[in-house]
Design a protein around this ligand. Structure first.
Ligand code: ATP
Ligand code: FE
Ligand code: MG
Length: 341
């Protein structure tokens, strides 16, 4: 079974081809990504108009490149898939329309995939099965804690009430004068810093629920900056590593505590981390230590599958296909598509 998937929900155009059979680990035959990070960097964030124009420019060459990498032609593909939401409407439309057109032309099925389901399942691409587990998605736009019974059966335990974890990294990075996106820059800068130098808040830890909040933490960093330098927000460069390490530790502490609490609450014994922020090594280490202590298994996605990519979309689509869940060709995109109630 060969499946080609397109991801274009935000600022990466991506095409992947996977081969798979039920119960076996999927094989990634090609996973091509054209990142627009450089293009948007000068604006400090993603500009939707520029993103969609670039998706249309890059999509066809990327499909051709993916087929060449996999040594296949379009005729070999059994099923086509694309992200249908959540994301930027004008960006989603490019990939979803292209995948439907390919499916119609080839007379093969089309599958619309929820981008967050792609992130959620990404740690399992190389595994044969998806066991019940607690999933934490920490990406640029989402912080979502879910109880996963099996693929397709998700119960939301908690989510962020304001900024997503990645968004907090990006906004704090901007405040600190670091290049966009802030996440990887903060991690790099934090390496020489003391995580206990600044005592930033761990929001909502006392709240018995599983929701998160990162805007208070962001404001606390801002106040620290303006205290240091009234009327001027730029930190002393000597403080940068400590600020980054302390901010990063505050995010990690909250994520670890709440996720482990969710595992205890549901009786699940596996935790799976996904999304761009799960690339953060300090976060992975924090989770590894806590899971070991509590006898839980921890699964993280391969590094190429954490930030946006089409292999995770193809994998989610593959699981839909195995259950015969195809999408109608008039299935619309939905910028606010939800994953679980
Ligand atoms: P969503 O999936 O919610 O729509 P997205 O697809 O833009 O958002 P991803 O591509 O999964 O999100 O991840 C991007 C985010 O990950 C950015 O906010 C980025 O700063 C963050 N990130 C990437 N690497 C790291 C890192 N090493 N440490 C912390 N954050 C990181
Ligand atoms: Fe994403
Ligand atoms: Mg992105």
């Amino acid at each position: 079974m060969l499946l080609l998937a397109i991801e274009s929900s935000c600022d990466e155009t991506a095409v992947a081809i996977l081969s798979g059979s039920p119960g076996e680990p999927a094989r990634i035959l090609a996973s091509e990504i054209s990142s627009q990070i450089e293009l948007h960097r000068v604006y400090g964030g993603v500009v939707p108009e520029l993103a969609s124009r670039n998706h249309s420019l890059h999509l066809r060459p990327l499909v051709e490149q993916a087929l060449a990498t996999a040594e296949l032609t379009l005729k070999d593909i059994d099923c086509f898939a694309a992200t249908s939401g959540p994301g930027l409407a004008s960006s989603l439309l490019i990939g979803a329309t292209a995948a439907k057109a390919l499916a119609v032309a080839a007379g093969k099925p089309f599958i619309a995939v929820n981008h967050l389901e792609g992130h959620l399942l990404s740690p399992y691409v190389g595994q044969g099965t998806v066991p019940p587990h607690i999933a934490l998605i920490v990406s640029g736009g989402h912080t979502l804690l879910l109880d996963v019974e099996n693929p397709g059966s998700y119960r939301r335990l908690g989510s962020t009430r304001d900024d997503a974890a990645g968004e907090a990294f990006d906004k704090v990075g901007k405040m600190l004068g670091l290049p966009y996106p802030g996440g990887p820059e903060i991690e790099k800068t934090a390496k020489g810093g003391d995580p206990n130098a600044f005592r930033f808040p761990r929001s909502m830890l006392k709240d018995p629920g599983f929701d998160f909040s990162f805007s208070g933490l962001k404001t606390a960093v801002l106040y620290t900056l303006t205290d240091q330098n009234p009327g001027y927000g730029t930190p002393r460069t000597s403080d940068l590593p400590d600020l980054c390490a302390s901010f990063q530790q505050a995010v990690i502490d909250v994520l670890v505590v709440k996720t482990l609490r969710a595992a205890r609450h549901t009786g699940r014994s596996t935790i799976a981390l996904s999304g761009g922020v799960s690339l953060n090594q300090a976060l992975r280490d924090g989770f590894a230590r806590a899971c070991e202590k509590e006898g839980l298994s921890l699964l993280t996605a391969d590094s190429g599958l954490c930030t946006d990519n089409a292999a995770m979309i193809a994998f989610a689509a593959l699981l839909h296909h195995f259950e015969g869940r195809h999408s109608p060709l008039d299935a619309d995109i939905d910028p606010n598509l939800a994953l679980a109630p």
